[in-house]
Design a protein around this ligand. Structure first.
Ligand code: ADP
Ligand code: MG
Ligand code: ZN
Length: 486
């Protein structure tokens, strides 16, 4: 990792684009499904053919407002659509319909934890806009000569969330993006899939001596993972420090992150920057949001990740770390709460989910945002915790049972029955096995009797082996101590 000269402070403001989870596009009824055959999801409106008119998608507005509310913004009762004009092959109309000087949401905030302290990142504005299509430069037999255009994405609804320059390091910026992604997922506004481009981030970066005026910034475009965001900011801050230390001046420009070479490269300078010639969109009226409707949307917001974490700590006695893991997606937090509700044992539920279930899910590279198709449903895990609690199976056997439930979807009772995993608690039965093992091993038995207590563990192991782990460990220990007493 590069080290920006200690005397500089890095200042960052982020602009994040999130694709709204609607079924159809912002101004037409074409599907927004990802991964379709190129140009299949298009119509005269999103192809930009002359003579068409946009019709606003109400669901998109509802999702945008949900995001604004979840990010503590003021929702303006009246906002305005504007045209953002530029020429690009994947923009057939020659403009994007966006919002400019009258966005629908402003003045929000998102709190992040930095070194155990809460820091507030102010959100300047959120506006809605339609996405452009995609230029495909690779993957075709003639890609060395031609660029292909896919307009499936053209007209897809986006929100852009712009922060004030309140972030002070690559790590803080990563924390902000992590929390933003989590909130957008919790409120079902955006699927947060950065690989598919549903969430993309531009970082504005400058450096200054602490307390000085803001320095000249550069804008790093299209950072499509949390890791790249951190790496790009750290390297860019370093590059700027090198320029200033060398007596130079940072020029305001747009740069791209090259992850292979781990550096940012210039894309266009301020002089080459677009003049978008924004003007109010003549084909759409002002966007008027009915206040009772906004209030209803507010009332429908789910519990957000930060208050849910706090509640898990207070209500279930979880550590901050455990609460953080268990609330990392809404589906996982719901799962945990359902298990606790059914078995009444929060700490055990947390341990089984964090230790065993998350490992199984990770091995399968499962998506923690949707656990509904997982064979192991909460009631089954709760029942297994009940079996351990009742002494029907041991905790160790639980590890076998949870994996079997995860793979087969069978109930823990059925698995215990068919695989013969029931714990042997009948002391008479255990005593027979203990006697047999002592008889077969007179040497070690004599050693324990002569005071070498350490080897008693070896006998416990032998009994467990003989019973395939099913003997009640407490009874085994008691019996061995009694029979091998000096
Ligand atoms: P533009 O209209 O060019 O996008 P804005 O003033 O709206 O410029 O700012 C865009 C983003 O850049 C915001 O996230 C803001 O916080 C950030 N920003 C502005 N000035 C600086 C600076 N000097 N250093 C770092 N970030 C900055
Ligand atoms: Mg900008
Ligand atoms: Zn269309």
């Amino acid at each position: 990792m590069p080290l920006t000269a200690a005397r500089y402070e890095t200042v960052i403001g982020l602009e994040c684009h999130a694709q709204l989870r609607t079924r159809s596009k912002l101004f037409c009824s074409c599907s927004t499904a990802f991964g379709q055959a190129p140009n299949r999801n298009t119509c005269p409106v999103c192809l930009g053919l002359p003579g068409t008119l946009p019709v606003l998608n109400r669901d998109a507005v509802a999702l945008a407002v949900r995001a604004g509310l979840a990010l503590n913004c003021t929702i303006h009762p009246v906002s305005q659509w504007s045209r953002k004009n530029y020429f690009y092959p994947d923009l057939p109309k020659g403009y994007q319909i966006s919002q400019f000087d009258r966005p629908f949401a402003e003045n929000g905030h998102l709190d992040i934890a930095v070194d155990g302290e809460t820091r507030r990142v102010r959100i300047q504005r959120i506006h809605m806009e339609e996405d452009a299509g995609k230029s495909l430069h690779e993957g075709f037999p003639d890609s060395d000569r031609n660029t292909h255009i896919d307009l499936n994405r053209s007209g897809t609804p986006l929100i852009e969330i712009v922060t004030h320059p309140d972030l002070r390091s690559a790590e803080e910026s990563q924390e902000y993006l992590t929390r933003l992604k989590e909130i957008l997922e919790y409120v079902d506004v955006c699927d947060g899939n950065m690989e598919e481009g549903s969430l993309r981030c531009d970082a504005n970066v400058s450096i200054r001596e602490p307390g000085a005026e803001l320095g000249t910034r550069t804008e790093l475009k299209n950072l499509n993972s949390i890791r790249f965001l951190g790496a790009a900011i750290a390297h860019e801050a370093d590059r700027q420090a090198g320029i200033i230390d060398g007596g130079g001046r940072v020029v305001q420009e747009t740069r791209l992150w090259n992850s292979a070479e781990e550096r940012t490269v210039s894309m266009r300078s301020k002089e080459e920057a677009h003049d978008y010639r924004y003007f109010p969109e003549p084909d759409l009226p002002l966007l008027v949001l009915d206040e009772p409707w906004v209030a209803r949307l507010h009332g429908m917001l789910p519990e957000l990740p930060a208050p849910r974490r706090a509640r898990f700590i207070g209500e279930f006695g979880l550590s901050a770390y455990d609460a953080g893991v268990l609330t990392s997606t809404r589906a996982l937090a719901d799962y945990f709460e359902e298990v606790v509700k059914l078995c009444g044992r929060a700490k055990d539920s947390a341990n089984w989910i964090m230790g065993d279930l998350l490992r199984l899910l990770k091995d399968d590279e499962a998506d923690l945002k949707d656990l509904s198709a997982m064979p192991l449903q909460p009631a089954m895990l709760a029942a297994m915790i009940g079996l351990i609690d009742a002494g029907t199976i041991s905790g160790k056997i639980g590890k076998t049972v949870i994996e079997a439930m995860y793979r087969s979807g069978e109930s823990p009772e059925a698995i215990v029955r068919t695989q013969g995993l029931r714990q042997i608690s009948d002391t008479g039965e255990i005593e027979k096995i203990v006697d047999a093992i002592i008889d077969a091993n007179p040497g070690p038995a004599a050693q324990v009797r002569s005071g070498k207590a350490g080897t008693i563990g070896w006998f416990v192991g032998q009994v467990m082996k003989a019973t395939e782990g099913r003997a009640n460990p407490k009874s085994v220990n008691e019996l061995l101590r009694k029979k091998l007493a000096g």
